[in-house]
Every structure is written in structure tokens, then in C-alpha cells.
Design a protein around this ligand. Sequence first.
Ligand code: IPE
Ligand code: IPE
Ligand code: MG
Length: 247
Amino acid sequence: MEEIDKEKLPHHIAIIMDGNGRWAKKKSLNRISGHIKGVNAVREVVTACRELGIKVLTLYAFSIENWKRPADEVRALMELLKEYLKKEGDEMVQNNIRLNAIGRLDDLPPDVLTTLRETIGKTKPCDGMILNLALSYGGRSEILHAVQGVLFDLQKGKIKLEEMTVPRFHEYLWTHGLPDPDLLIRTSGEFRISNFLLWQIAYTELYVTDTLWPDFDRKELLKAIADYQSRERRFGLTSEQLNGREE
Ligand code: IPE
Ligand code: IPE
Ligand code: MG
């Protein structure tokens, strides 16, 4: 088992859960079977993060671009999402997990949106961990939406141009109130961001594993955290500055 330092845990972990289709193909199953197995991995990783004491976990569950997939796959993914929310809501409350969602939520089918809103409402008082689901999410849309919000407030005289700072801008993003991710994990070996959290990952540590999402488990999570803990996050400074050995 990977040794991890409980004092140096990433505060916010974000995951691009990729590879359900390839997992299914390898087993000569249909893509939907891969998504079903992927939900089990979600359960295991959410539980593991809660037990470890991770404060925010963001899961990229469905992108805006994913709407263009075959209609039966989209329908199955939406059904799985609804089922997951219905089944896990009470457990989230028991485990003190607060659900949050980011994305163009109004794009979701009305029954899924209702279940999502109910589960978010039910978990509102929880403060052990935030489970943040990215649904119908796109980083560019998020930034554009934020810019529209800024322009609107500017027009209304609620803010002044010279008052706009990076922290103020963050208040207009869907992730307002959440810290930037410390660690971004992508499963199934692709070295790309696929329109995920474009603004927020400016200084996030990236970790890519070949493991396909349905095979990603607690052990794989610990491996990613251990790798993260071996890095030196410099934020543009020198190593000497960070270690107090500056001349
Ligand atoms: C991730 O797995 C799940 C979603 C994007 C919804 P994929 O379905 O993208 O799996 P691959 O990339 O085809 O293997
Ligand atoms: C990213 O995976 C989106 C999610 C995990 C929800 P994709 O499978 O959609 O990304 P690409 O197509 O490989 O870039
Ligand atoms: Mg994929």
C-alpha cells in the first residue's frame, strides 16, 4: 500500500473519469456496461476521499461535447446519473458529504435536474467534504458565462472596471466559493484537458494514469496522491525561496 503523508493531502482533487468505453471494448461488452462499471469506481473513490479527509472532490461526469454522442448512450448516462443520485443521497448525508454541481445544468433532462436539486438540497447542511459534479460542463462556456456576468454587473453599475481582480473574477465562475484543484487526475492515458476547469487549473499538479476509469480504485487513488506529494509546487518561485535558503 502506498505511503501517504496525512499532513500534506491535496485539499481539492479533480478527476477526468475517462476510459469507460475502452474498458467495455476490451471485454467485448457494450459501452453502456463500461459506464455502469464506472459508477462503482465513483462510489469507491468518493468513499476513499471522504475517509482520507479530502475536502473537495470534483468529478468530470459529462461534458457539453458529450451531448453529441449517440442518443442511446446519452440517455443511458442520464439514467445512471439519476439512479446514482437517488441511491447515494442518503449515504452522502450519513457521511456528511455536501453535493454541488457545476455546468450548464439547465441542459439536463427535467427529471434528472429535479433529482439533482433534491439531492443538493438534502446534503446542504453537510460539511465533511464537497462532492462537486461537473455535468454538461465546459471550461470555455464557464469562462464566457462569467464574462457575461461581469459585463452585466458593469452595465448595472454594480462593479467598476478597475475593481476587477483575479479573486473577484472567480466569484463569477461556476466554481465560486471552491478552491482551485491541487491535483488533477486523468485516467486512461490521454494527455489532454478536454475543456475541463480551464481557469482553475493554472497551478494544479497533473497526474495521468493508463488505468481505465472502471479499474480505478482506492489503491490507484493513493498512488496518485503519493505522486502528488513527491512534487515541489513552486508557483513561479525558485526552489531556494521555497526552502528558505534564499541569498
Ligand atoms: C468517460 O469514458 C465517460 C464519459 C465521458 C461520460 P468514455 O465514455 O469517454 O470512454 P472512452 O474514452 O470511450 O474509452
Ligand atoms: C472527458 O472525456 C469528459 C469526461 C470525462 C466527462 P472525453 O472522453 O469526452 O474526452 P475526449 O473526447 O477524449 O477529449
Ligand atoms: Mg473518453
